[in-house]
Design a protein around this ligand. Structure first.
Ligand SMILES: [Zn+2]
Length: 122
């Protein structure tokens, strides 16, 4: 298997559902593949190597950042409403700012996560 294909299949942050193996010409969903050298199921491998992802990147990429944004949004709103009177959109503004930041982190982390090389962990 060539480098690019191997990289694509081994990185859990690159969405691959269906795969055409260039070595043996097999075509199947990735659940139908296992590594020739270790015999480990490809799907199990992708689940296992997530733990080698830098913590912050994982926090962004696996969506935990959105829970933090919601918590901060509520907290900001609780504080802000003590000082701001009569703004009916206050909750949305507080929430929107944090969710927007979380979304930016989620999107920016995508190409970074896709570059990680997990092939050493077979
Ligand atoms: Zn093959």
């Amino acid at each position: 298997m060539t480098g690019d294909n191997f990289h694509m299949l081994s990185n859990p942050y690159i969405g691959v559902a269906w795969f055409h193996c260039p070595s043996c010409n097999a075509k199947d969903f990735i659940s139908g593949f296992e590594w020739a050298d270790t015999g480990e199921d490809v799907v199990a491998f992708r689940r296992r190597v997530r733990k080698y992802t830098p913590k912050l990147l994982r926090f962004f990429r696996e969506g935990y950042v959105f829970w933090l944004a919601i918590a901060l949004g509520v907290l900001t709103w609780l504080i802000a409403r003590e000082f701001v009177q009569g703004d009916r959109l206050l909750f949305l503004k507080c929430m929107g700012g944090w969710i927007g930041a979380a979304l930016a982190a989620f999107l920016v982390s995508e190409p970074l996560a896709a570059r990680i090389d997990y092939r050493d962990h077979t």
